[in-house]
Design a protein around this ligand. Structure first.
Ligand code: HXC
Length: 258
């Protein structure tokens, strides 16, 4: 499918979605969020895709929700339309691993989108922030909730109250990003990382994603039980038999997602 606000490509089992509104630093308007949901649904359905990268440009992953679109709207419109919720549900319902490869500005809804992905690899140029307070609003796609769970109350509160940006090194120290790489290496690194995931069993990768995400949703006791059940369930898979046979035979496993 052709998209106006995204550039989409699939190569070697890795789906790449590039946000593409350069005139607005990839600000997230409804069209972009809708197209992102559609692109991810296509990737979810395609057996060719085993991992997904979401990225932006060198200057901006995304500078937030589109302020120009939001400016004329009042409470009733935002509340009744609430296009952000269904569109983000589409992102969250993707069961394949999604990496956010972030360079430049990653602000407001952009930071929230990156946090909806499974992990973030940052270029050393990345700047993260929730500057909504400067517009007289608060984050609306999970910023106050996900940032707090990831970096803790003190830093999340400071970021949301002052609107200051966090650079890539601070984001790595705070656990917001898994790694920082030189900007020129970002896409190569993200592709290599996605490629490594694509070599694993897609079945097992889904189980990892479900189990790690569950840790945010439930108690430790329930989470441990959920993990244990998935762990046991994977012993029914062909990929488990293949993985363990390949280990014994000192060869690379050939996973088929069964
Ligand atoms: C619409 C935006 C935009 C945005 C940038 N642009 N951010 N348009 N929405 N969020 C546009 C600018 O208007 C400008 O267009 C062009 O992109 C280039 O931006 P500049 O400001 O000229 O670039 P620069 O001086 O380098 O500054 C970069 C910046 C700044 C620091 C990122 O653009 C900025 O502060 N942007 C807004 C960041 C923000 O407040 N984000 C939170 C949004 S609220 P023109 O046509 O003028 O050249 C949000 C809520 C989410 O995200 C809740 C969801 C439910």
């Amino acid at each position: 499918m052709a998209f106006e606000t995204l550039i989409v490509d699939v190569e070697d089992h890795v789906g790449l979605i590039r946000l593409n509104r350069p005139e607005a630093l990839n600000a997230l308007n409804f069209q972009l969020l809708e197209e992102l949901g559609e692109a991810l649904a296509e990737m979810e359905a395609s057996p060719r895709v085993r991992a997904v990268i979401v990225t932006g440009s060198e200057k901006a992953f995304a500078a937030g929700a589109d302020v120009k679109d939001m400016a004329p709207k009042g409470f009733v419109e935002m509340f009744t339309e609430d296009r952000f919720t269904p569109e983000t549900e589409a992102i969250l319902s993707c069961r394949k691993p999604i990496i956010a490869a972030v360079a430049g500005y990653c602000l407001g809804g952009g930071c929230e989108l990156a946090m909806m992905c499974d992990f973030i690899i940052a270029a050393d140029t990345a700047k993260f922030g929730q500057p909504e307070i400067n517009l007289g609003i608060i984050p609306g796609m999970g910023g106050t909730q996900r940032l707090t769970r990831v970096v803790g109350k003190s830093k999340a509160m400071e970021m949301c109250l002052t609107g200051r940006f966090m650079d890539a090194a601070e984001a790595e120290r705070a656990g917001l990003v898994s790694r920082v790489v030189p900007a020129r290496d970002l896409m190569r690194d993200a592709r290599e990382t996605a490629g490594k995931i694509a070599e694993k069993s897609p079945l097992t990768a889904r189980a990892v994603k479900e189990a790690v995400n569950r840790s945010y949703e439930t108690t430790l006791r329930e989470g441990l039980l959920f993990e244990r059940r998935l762990f046991h369930a994977l012993f029914a898979s062909e990929d488990k038999a293949e993985g363990m046979a390949a280990f014994a035979e000192k060869r690379s496993p050939q996973f088929r997602g069964r």
